[in-house]
Design a protein around this ligand. Structure first.
Ligand SMILES: Nc1nc2c(ncn2[C@@H]2O[C@H](COP(=O)(O)OP(=O)(O)O)[C@@H](O)[C@H]2O)c(=O)[nH]1
Ligand SMILES: [Mg+2]
Length: 209
């Protein structure tokens, strides 16, 4: 659905505070969005225009990427940020919903998605970016993420499909028939180590209908 006359594709990063939206944008595109483990530091949408002269892998002349303030910081913050989400949702071609692999609590994602879903363009490309795969917990006896090879351990790889199934049902439950949504729309990765980046970039940049 990108408009070939304007050659501008808009990719917007949504998701809970702390899920890793800003870190992902920084790592994917070498940007400088503020990040913090403890303090929510993206207070307003931050917009960046990327052009193919600088990023040769872009499928289109210009890509606008937008880093949003995180949801679920507090009730007041959600109320303050909702208008930003309401403004950007209809302008979005590729929506990257960042969430974490190292949790089982997705209720906040569901509640916010319920509010925004009516604003989604029916042809919008949705990607669930499942970050922090490095933190995916495994049995104490098994090893975790290999920080030297920068890849998940075999134990983590073994539980990943189950994790993707869980996340799929959490989101599919809300999305219903509103738009096409498949398990392949969920991309596991880690912004820290870059594992999964190629799949993520392909999905968010070239999966646009
Ligand atoms: N372990 C781990 N931590 C991450 C990863 N991505 C981001 N973080 C950390 O998560 C925290 C929140 O990240 P940030 O990008 O500010 O989240 P945002 O609120 O969604 O923009 C920061 O401390 C990041 O360093 C990852 O892949 N693995
Ligand atoms: Mg942020």
């Amino acid at each position: 659905m990108n408009d070939s006359t304007t050659e501008l594709l808009t990719v917007v990063f949504f998701g809970k505070t702390g899920a890793g939206k800003s870190s992902t944008l920084n790592a994917l595109f070498n940007l400088n969005c503020n990040t913090d483990a403890a303090v929510a530091c993206t207070k307003e949408p931050q917009e960046f225009i990327l052009s193919r002269s600088q990023y040769s892998f872009l499928p289109i002349e210009q890509v606008r990427v937008v880093d949003m303030p995180g949801i679920a910081e507090s009730r007041e913050a959600d109320e303050k940020y909702l208008p930003f989400y309401e403004k950007w949702t209809p302008l979005t071609h590729s929506l990257t919903w960042v969430t974490q692999a190292d949790t089982r609590a997705y209720k906040r994602d569901q509640l916010f998605l319920m509010k925004l879903l009516p604003l989604f363009h029916p042809h919008l490309t949705l990607t669930i970016a499942l970050n922090k795969v490095d933190c995916l917990s495994v049995d104490e006896t098994e090893s975790g993420f290999d920080t030297v090879l920068k890849q998940p351990s075999s134990a983590q790889l073994k539980i990943l499909p189950e994790k993707v199934d869980d996340v799929y049902s959490v989101f599919a439950d809300i999305i219903g028939d509103t738009l096409s949504f498949q398990k392949s729309d969920i991309v596991p990765y880690t912004a820290f180590y870059g594992w999964g980046f190629e799949d993520l970039l392909n999905k968010i940049l070239t999966g646009v209908k």
